[in-house]
Design a protein around this ligand. Structure first.
Ligand code: GLU
Length: 276
């Protein structure tokens, strides 16, 4: 799992809203871990969700993180400019017969799916009987993808990793999570595929991100293995909760870095809040 290459980390925010205290904490931890390891840090702009991404959020996330005192290597890597990397990964999975086209609606899946086991995530487990038989020849991908493609998870396989913060974690494929999307019918790669393909292509040695993404890590480990890539180390940061014990979301404007900045709060005061 761990690699002997020099430390290479990344900050990978999505420009779908203003960054809040939770992001600030995660990204400060990421920067600290890279600095302690004497390593490098890249910045990836996760802008594939075109319905929610806004250019002003791209500018704001860069400005807010610089204001906090963070720095990274230029140039910023922008996912929407890297579609050929994701397409190449998809083609590799297709050639290996590890994906299948899915014509079921989200509703079909929700109605027929089983709930994930405890420790799984919120996404319903894709019903096995919706899959085409294993070994059946796949239709070609086509230049423009017009249906969903899913990764066929290895049923009953335990996927495990040792988190740098939370320790040993494991999930059982097909029970805690099911066949997941790798490419969407609007011809956009899924977060799971884009993230795994980028972590592999960029040679990331440690992924530092919020604990809400632990369920994604199991999926990404499967993708990285299927792509023949080295699996990085993972360090998930505990989520910052609001006064009601709810996890922060981008709609929590009161705790947006931007709001705090305009109220005259200093970066040092924000960083001090993490341990409060
Ligand atoms: N862009 C993702 C997010 O903000 C994080 C991706 C990652 O770190 O893997 O939730």
């Amino acid at each position: 799992m761990s690699t002997s290459s020099p430390y290479l980390g990344r900050l990978a925010p999505s420009p779908t809203g203003f960054l809040h205290l939770g992001h600030a904490r995660t990204f400060c931890v990421a920067a600290q871990r890279a600095a302690t390891a004497g390593g490098r840090l890249l910045f990836r702009n996760d802008d594939l969700d075109t319905a929610r991404v806004r250019p002003e959020f791209v500018t704001a996330m860069l400005e807010d993180l610089r204001w906090l005192g963070l720095s990274w290597e230029e140039p910023v890597i922008t996912q929407s400019q890297r579609l050929p990397v994701y397409r190449a990964a998809l083609e590799k999975l297709h050639a290996a017969g590890l994906i299948f086209p899915c014509h079921r609606s989200r509703r079909d899946v929700q109605e027929a799916a089983t709930a994930p086991h405890e420790g799984g995530d919120d996404e319903p487990v894709y019903p096995v009987h919706f899959r085409p038989p294993a070994g059946e020849p796949l239709p070609p991908l086509g230049d423009t993808i017009a249906c969903n493609w899913r990764f066929r998870v290895p049923e009953d396989e335990t996927v495990a990793f040792t988190d740098g913060h939370f320790g040993p974690r494991q999930a059982v494929a097909g029970r805690d999570f099911g066949d997941f999307l790798v490419w969407r019918k609007d011809n956009v790669p899924s977060y799971q595929l884009a993230c795994a393909a980028d972590d592999a292509a960029m040679g990331i040695t440690e992924v530092v991100r919020g604990a809400d993404l632990i369920p994604s890590t199991f999926r990404q480990i499967l993708l990285l293995r299927a792509l023949g890539a080295t699996v990085p180390d993972y360090y998930h940061c505990p989520l910052v909760l609001d006064d009601h014990g709810e996890r922060l979301a981008k709609r929590h404007d009161a705790l947006a870095i931007r709001t705090l900045r305009t109220q005259g709060v200093t970066p040092a005061e924000i960083i001090a809040k993490f341990s409060a």
